[in-house]
Design a protein around this ligand. Structure first.
Ligand SMILES: Nc1ncnc2c1ncn2[C@@H]1O[C@H](COP(=O)(O)OP(=O)(O)OP(=O)(O)O)[C@@H](O)[C@H]1O
Length: 209
C-alpha cells in the first residue's frame, strides 16, 4: 500500500513550491505518472523513494510513514523495499554486467541463485553481454541493465524514471513487460514516470500532474 497526503516540496534555491495530488495505491496496483516537462514528476518519484524530504505532507509505504524515518532507517528501508530505475545509470563501470547484479544483491543483503540472474538477463536481451564491462555496452543495453539492477532484489516498490526513453520498440516492450512481471511476481507496486506514449496501454491507473 502506498498513500501520500498533502505533499509539497520546495528546492532550497527556488521560490517555487511544488504540490502534488494525493496518491493511494492498494496491493498490486500500479501507476503511470504523466505531465509536462518541469512539472515535478522526478521530484515526486524522489519523494516516494525517500531521496528528498517533503516540505509538508506524509508518505506511507506498507504502513511505514517514511517521512518520519531518520536517514539511517530510511537507507535501510530503501535498500530492501525500493528498486529505482534512474535516468542516470547506476551500474559500477569496473564490473561486468553479471558482477553488477551480484553486487546489487550483496548490498541489499538478498540471495538469488545464478540461474535467476541468468533468467533476468535473458528476459532483457542481455545474455550476450553478461561478461562485458559496463563501459563496453551500448546506451540501450545500459538502460536495460539499470532495469535488471532495480528488480533483481525483488523490491516491494519499483520506481522508474523514463525507463524506456532510449529504447527501440522491441526493447521498450521487453522492459515494460519485465517491470510489470517483476512487480506482479512480488506483489510490488510499479510507479513509472514518462513521456513515452508507447507504454500507456500497459497501465490502468494514470496520474497527470
Ligand atoms: N535541484 C534543483 N534545484 C532547484 N530547482 C530544481 C531542482 N531540480 C528541479 N528543479 C525544478 O523543479 C521543477 C520540477 O522538476 P522535475 O525534474 O521534478 O520535473 P519533471 O516533471 O520531472 O521534468 P522533466 O519531464 O523535464 O524531466 C522544475 O521547474 C525544475 O526546474
Amino acid at each position: 500500500m502506498i498513500q501520500t497526503q498533502n505533499l509539497t516540496f520546495q528546492y532550497k534555491n527556488s521560490s517555487n513550491v511544488l504540490s502534488f495530488p494525493n496518491i493511494h495505491l492498494k496491493t498490486n496496483e500500479h501507476l503511470l505518472i504523466l505531465g509536462k516537462s518541469g512539472i515535478g514528476k522526478t521530484t515526486l518519484l524522489h519523494l516516494l523513494a525517500g531521496l528528498l524530504s517533503p516540505k509538508t505532507g506524509n508518505i506511507a509505504i506498507n504502513n511505514v510513514n517514511i517521512s518520519t524515518l531518520n536517514s539511517k532507517k530510511l537507507d535501510k528501508f530503501r535498500g530492501s523495499n525500493i528498486g529505482m530505475v534512474f535516468q542516470k545509470k547506476h551500474a559500477i563501470p569496473s564490473l561486468t554486467v553479471f558482477e553488477n547484479l551480484k553486487a546489487r544483491l550483496y548490498f541489499s543483503k538478498k540471495e538469488k541463485p545464478d540461474s535467476y540472474l541468468n533468467q533476468t538477463l535473458e528476459q532483457l536481451h542481455l545474455t550476450d553481454f553478461k561478461n562485458s564491462k559496463v563501459n563496453e555496452i551500448s546506451e540501450g543495453q545500459l538502460q536495460r541493465l539499470g532495469i535488471a539492477l532495480s528488480v533483481i532484489h525483488n523490491p516491494q516498490i519499483i520506481l522508474a524514471d523514463e525507463p524506456t526513453s532510449s529504447l527501440d520498440n522491441e526493447n521498450c516492450k521487453a522492459v515494460i513487460k519485465l517491470l510489470i512481471e517483476q512487480a506482479e511476481k512480488n506483489n510490488a507496486h510499479l510507479i513509472v514516470i514518462t513521456h513515452d506514449e508507447r507504454i500507456m496501454p500497459f497501465f490502468n491507473n494514470t496520474l497527470t500532474l
